[in-house]
Structure formats: structure tokens, C-alpha cells
Write a protein that binds this ligand. Structure first.
Ligand SMILES: NC(=O)c1ccc[n+]([C@@H]2O[C@H](COP(=O)([O-])OP(=O)(O)OC[C@H]3O[C@@H](n4cnc5c(N)ncnc54)[C@H](O)[C@@H]3O)[C@@H](O)[C@H]2O)c1
Length: 419
């Protein structure tokens, strides 16, 4: 054997079993019964309750003989406070497992309920450093069946949960392999009711996941960890994750516009759901970097912005996918020199010569904001946005090109306006 002990040459591909396809949700009873679950918490949000999706879900769980208690107060883009409220709700309830039903917000809230319900601790205890203490999750959690209703986050297969820390004005989260759900039931028919702005924002999140993963710092361009337990969940671009990321880019390029303009286009919805799942597999192992690291303060520092047509406009909010895509053309301009062939390949899959051109065309077609200025940010905000993004070192170490504070300031500057 001739091992260079200083370089990581090992790929770890961890993921979740997936039941995928139109009607897959009808098989949820089987997934609960095979896990011997008799009493579960159904975790979801008020909008899905209002439009009747939750009632249907609740009925099909009850029909299998499983009793269910419903927590339907998930906040879109969960915060430390909304998660505290969910933890309070579950106190004293004999919950054996969880069904997360909704977008990334419902799935992440259920992940947090599972973690803090199983191993109680102050919220910051497991939150990633430097914001929290970064304590590793002590052991396995209860069964969690994740049923996404957006073609977006891929949270049904990832080992992270994301929280908006309200007073700190930034988003961060907890990441550990034990956080992965037990199974994902991915049914594209659940996404027909997504309003266009949700379709667009979630679909562009998928595209960011796939593109960022594909051009991330390669798994074998990093030091070998001292032990397997110290290998981070995000290991960088690698030949296994690449398969998923490349396919997700192509599918999004081919079907996102169709899903946006024709909500009941079954093929487009199915292919976008597949893209979301594949991108989740890819980035759940390879990882994301600059656009997402910038997206967290862009969402966390919001002042007055409300996305037209978004289901909950009771408060200012930048939906997650939107908060990432507004940075993406500028970020990929910056990363291009580090991985020119991969950038060119991804651009070709999107039918353009370079990634920023492809993304700007998509943003225009999907009525996305024209850069940060359209979200209400000015150049005076760049220093604070930069501080927020530089805190996301967990993600920035994954960028193919190192990013200093000065670089980050320039990328934010470049992201102010695109057309
Ligand atoms: N854990 C992860 O791996 C991961 C990855 C990416 C993003 N996230 C997080 O996920 C959250 C965003 O999740 P999201 O983008 O899926 O959206 P979401 O869960 O916040 O939902 C957005 C809005 O769309 C509505 N909605 C969802 N599905 C619908 C449907 N089928 N029909 C009608 N309305 C529907 C919701 O009620 C909500 O009002 C953010 O907090 C983000 O940080 C997590």
C-alpha cells in the first residue's frame, strides 16, 4: 500500500432510503408500520393546513391504525423562537416518531423536535460553531419520515437543519449524520399547489445545490481527517455526488420554467421533484458554499422585503432559494477560475456559455429580484452582509477558491444588480 496519509482520498456517501413517484405518499402507512410506530407527531405548517393537504395526510395516517398528534405551527424559515415553541408543544407527549410534512421548514422543525426531544439541551448546544457550541449529537434519534411538499431543499435526505437566529440576524444550523430522516417519501403530486413564487424560489435552490456541489473544492484536495468521526458531513465534489449534481442541473434547466408557468404539468413537476431529490443526495455529501453562505445574512438581515405571491407575507422575509440565487451569478463569476471545465460543463447543461448568463436568464424568466438592491439592500449594507457571510466558515471551506473578507465584499458588490 502506498497511502499519502496527509490527503483525504476517501469518499463517504451517506443518504436516506427514498420512496419516489406520483402516489408515493399513499404508502406512508407501510413505512410507519414497518417501524412499529403506533403514535406519531405530524409536523407541518398553517398554510398547508389551510389548503387541505394536512387533513388528507392526517386521515391516511389514521387509516393505518396509527394515532397522530398534529403540530401545524411551523414557521416558514424556522427561527430559534419558532423551534422553542415546537419544543414546548411536544413536552409531556409520548411521541414515538415524527412525520414531517411540508417544505424544508417543516422537515427542519421536525428534525429539531426529534433532536432536542431525544437529547434535551439548550438550543445553542448542538448549533454549529462559532454561533453555537457545536456539540456532536450524542446518539441515534427517533424515526422520522420526511414527506416534502416542495421541489426544493432535499432536506428529506440531508444531515442538517437550518435555523434563523433572530437576535443575531443570521441563519445557521445543526449538522450531524444522526439528523438524517429515516426515510423520504417523495411524491411530486404534492407540489402541484405550490404558488409560482415558491416553485421558482425552491427550484432555484435546487439549482444552487447542484451547481455549488459540482464546483466545490474536490474531496481529495483536503487534508485527511485524524479519524473518521472528524470527517465533516460536507466532503466536497466527488465522483459519486457528481452523478447526482450533474443530472439535477440538467433536469432543472429543462423543467423549472415549465413547472413555473404550468403548475399542473405533471411531467415538469415530477422531473423537478426528482431534481430536488438528486440535488439533495449530491449536496448532502459534497456540500454548498459561497451562494448559500451569502444567502444566510441576506435572509437574516431582511428589512421590508415581502415576496409577491408568497403564502405568508405577514412579515418581511426573503425565501431561502431567492436569498441564494441573488448571489449566485456573482459567486460563480468568482469561482470560475478555480474550476473552469466544471463551470463550462454546467453552463452547457443549462444551454449557455457561462453559468452567470444562464442564471440571469432564468432569474428574469422566473420574475426573481434583480440582485440585492431589489431586496432593499444598499452598498452601505455590504460590510454587515460580509460579516454575516464570513461566519459561515463551515460552508466557505468548501469553496473551490479561498474567500477573504475583501473578496466577499467584492462579490456582494457584484451581486447588487444584474440587468
Ligand atoms: N435541511 C436542509 O438540508 C435544508 C436545505 C435547504 C434549505 N433548508 C431550509 O428550508 C427552508 C425552506 O424550505 P422550502 O424552500 O422548502 O419552503 P418552506 O417549507 O419554507 O415553504 C415555503 C412556503 O410554501 C408553502 N408550501 C410548501 N409546500 C407547498 C405546497 N405543496 N403547496 C402550497 N404551498 C406550499 C409553505 O406553506 C410556506 O408558506 C429554509 O429555512 C431553508 O433554510 C434546509
Amino acid at each position: 500500500m502506498n497511502l499519502d496519509s496527509s490527503v483525504n482520498e476517501i469518499i463517504v456517501m451517506e443518504t436516506v432510503p427514498i420512496r419516489f413517484g406520483p402516489g408515493a405518499v399513499e404508502e406512508i402507512g407501510y413505512e410507519l408500520q414497518r417501524r412499529r410506530l403506533l403514535h406519531v407527531a405530524l409536523v407541518t405548517d398553517p398554510h398547508l393546513r389551510r389548503i387541505g393537504l394536512v387533513d388528507r395526510m392526517e386521515t391516511s395516517i389514521r387509516e393505518t391504525g396509527v394515532t397522530v398528534e398534529v403540530f401545524d405551527q411551523v414557521r416558514a424559515e424556522p427561527t430559534d423562537r419558532s423551534v422553542e415553541a415546537a419544543l414546548e408543544w411536544q413536552q409531556g407527549r409520548a411521541i414515538e416518531g415524527y412525520v414531517a410534512f411540508g417544505g424544508g421548514s417543516s422537515i427542519d422543525t421536525a428534525k429539531a423536535m426529534n433532536l432536542y426531544g431525544t437529547y434535551p439541551a439548550p438550543l445553542l448546544e448542538y448549533v454549529n460553531k462559532p454561533v453555537g457550541n457545536g456539540r456532536p449529537v450524542p446518539g441515534p434519534l427517533k424515526p422520522l419520515v420526511a414527506v416534502p411538499t416542495t421541489a426544493g431543499t432535499g432536506s428529506e435526505s440531508t444531515s442538517v437543519l437550518i435555523l434563523d437566529m433572530v437576535d443575531l440576524h443570521l441563519k445557521t444550523g445543526v449538522s450531524h449524520p444522526y439528523i438524517r430522516p429515516s426515510v423520504g417519501i417523495v411524491d411530486p403530486l404534492l407540489t402541484f399547489t405550490m404558488p409560482p413564487v415558491v416553485t421558482a424560489s425552491c427550484g432555484l435552490d435546487v439549482l444552487c445545490h447542484a451547481l455549488e456541489s459540482y464546483v466545490s473544492l474536490s474531496y481529495d484536495a483536503r487534508p485527511r481527517p485524524a479519524s473518521p468521526a472528524e470527517r465533516p458531513p460536507y466532503i466536497g465534489a466527488n465522483p459519486i455526488a457528481d452523478l447526482f449534481s450533474v443530472r439535477a442541473v440538467a433536469l432543472t434547466g429543462a423543467f423549472l420554467r415549465r413547472a413555473y408557468f404550468n403548475p399542473y404539468d405533471r411531467e415538469a413537476r415530477t422531473q423537478m421533484m426528482l431534481a430536488a431529490t438528486l440535488a439533495g443526495f449530491g449536496f448532502g455529501n459534497a456540500g454548498v458554499h459561497i451562494p448559500h453562505a451569502m444567502g444566510y445574512p441576506v435572509a437574516g438581515m431582511v428589512r421590508d422585503f415581502r415576496a409577491a405571491g408568497y403564502p405568508d407575507v405577514s412579515r418581511p422575509q426573503v425565501p431561502h432559494g431567492m436569498s441564494c440565487i441573488v448571489n449566485a451569478p456573482a459567486a460563480f463569476r468568482y469561482t470560475l477560475p478555480a474550476q473552469p471545465e466544471r463551470h463550462a460543463h454546467a453552463a452547457r447543461l443549462l444551454g449557455a456559455d457561462d453559468i452567470p448568463t444562464a442564471l440571469i436568464r432564468l432569474m428574469q424568466d422566473l420574475d426573481m429580484p434583480n440582485g440585492l438592491q431589489a431586496l432593499g439592500y444598499t452598498e452601505d449594507d455590504i460590510p454587515a452582509l460580509t460579516v454575516g457571510a464570513m461566519k459561515q466558515q463551515r460552508l466557505l471551506v468548501n469553496a473551490p477558491r479561498p474567500v477573504t473578507e475583501t473578496d466577499m465584499r467584492r462579490i456582494f458588490q457584484d451581486a447588487m444588480r444584474y440587468w
